[in-house]
Ligand binder design. Sequence first.
Ligand SMILES: Cc1cc2nc3c(=O)[nH]c(=O)nc-3n(C[C@H](O)[C@H](O)[C@H](O)COP(=O)(O)OP(=O)(O)OC[C@H]3O[C@@H](n4cnc5c(N)ncnc54)[C@H](O)[C@@H]3O)c2cc1C
Length: 379
Amino acid sequence: MFELSEEQKVIQKSIHQFAKKELAPQASHWDASEEFPWESVRKMAEVGLIGLRLPAVYGGSGADLITCGVAFEEVARFDHNCAIILCGSNITGRILLYASEKLKSTLMPEIAKGRYIMAFGATEPDAGSDIRAIRAIAKLQKDAYIVSGEKSMVTFAGVAHGYVVLVKTEMEGVEGISSIFIEGDRPGIDIQRLQGFGWRASQWGNVAFNDVKVPVENLIGEKNNALSILKGTVQEQRALTGLIALGTAREALEEAVKYAKIRKVFGKPLGKFEGIQFRLAEDHTSLEAARLLCYQALSLIEKKADEASVWAAMANLIGGETAYKVVNNAMDVYGGLGYSREFPFERRLRDVKAMQIANATLKIEIGQGLFGKEFLPYT
Ligand SMILES: Cc1cc2nc3c(=O)[nH]c(=O)nc-3n(C[C@H](O)[C@H](O)[C@H](O)COP(=O)(O)OP(=O)(O)OC[C@H]3O[C@@H](n4cnc5c(N)ncnc54)[C@H](O)[C@@H]3O)c2cc1C
């Protein structure tokens, strides 16, 4: 049976208190102003959340995946965008473990302090679900790569100090994909902000690389091997963002339960009516089932189990779907007030919707992983 350790329970409680006191009061402000929440990043760095999963030798705390899940879930209850930032620093940040010692030792401590934001660019205008279709290219010219291409819908594009970018390394059409680190201040980078439905504080946008000169040492891991290097990162990101969505939904559900006890209709509290009670009970059940699936996925990823990939995809799928349903129902319990911007339900609904869109093709991957190569579209 899955159970948190005593230490993880203590961490859960302290992060809950921290996020409720320090992050929740500003969450609506960052969403409405669409500003990156630097103040919240600083606070999260102070308590060790920004570098929670980065190795201690590079300034982090080296936490295990379950502890990260607990932390991200608690932060997401009170500010979904802050939890997405944690995913960026702790998961995208860890890609640097495959980079040169120089990059690791200079950048990771800065990431852990919340002073260096890393973004990840895979998607392109003509390559989203089908990531093998990317066209961005890094051409070797003497001792440097010249990178050209456009990455779209990049989270943190507007504030990132550096990007991990997927590129073709030889010529267009070549099978292999490489990952390369590109400092954000290199000449030839153009950023175009996108206005999102949710994740409004995340400075979402498109990033164009116009013949950007990048040292060969910035290549991450082996050439043409990015997809296998990033496999673990993708799994972690999927399972953890599933939990982020569920953390946001959990807070919405708990508020709806409280409201159902005090809001009177037809002379009685809402909760006395089975139509409301059953829905809340069903949502609680689906939420707990989805959380367990996410934690099981994290445990399989930690063990590097063969089935981790499929479980990570299932965790993300069920996390996003369940969270959207639960937040939507919680909004309904609040009636007209739930729809108003005075309450955070509409913000939460916009934020958890991102999960369903961003990992749109998970069902294809789950089908292939579970049912065999007959379900692969490119064979
Ligand atoms: C909030 C947000 C943040 C993001 N952040 C990043 C980021 O940081 N870095 C990054 O690289 N990308 C990011 N993305 C992009 C995201 O990864 C893509 O949106 C996703 O991969 C889907 O690609 P697409 O949007 O091009 O959709 P497409 O691939 O064009 O698909 C369009 C629709 O068709 C469906 N579809 C696709 N293939 C099939 C099929 N074979 N059968 C049936 N249906 C299919 C999809 O599910 C989708 O509904 C982000 C997206 C969002 C919404």
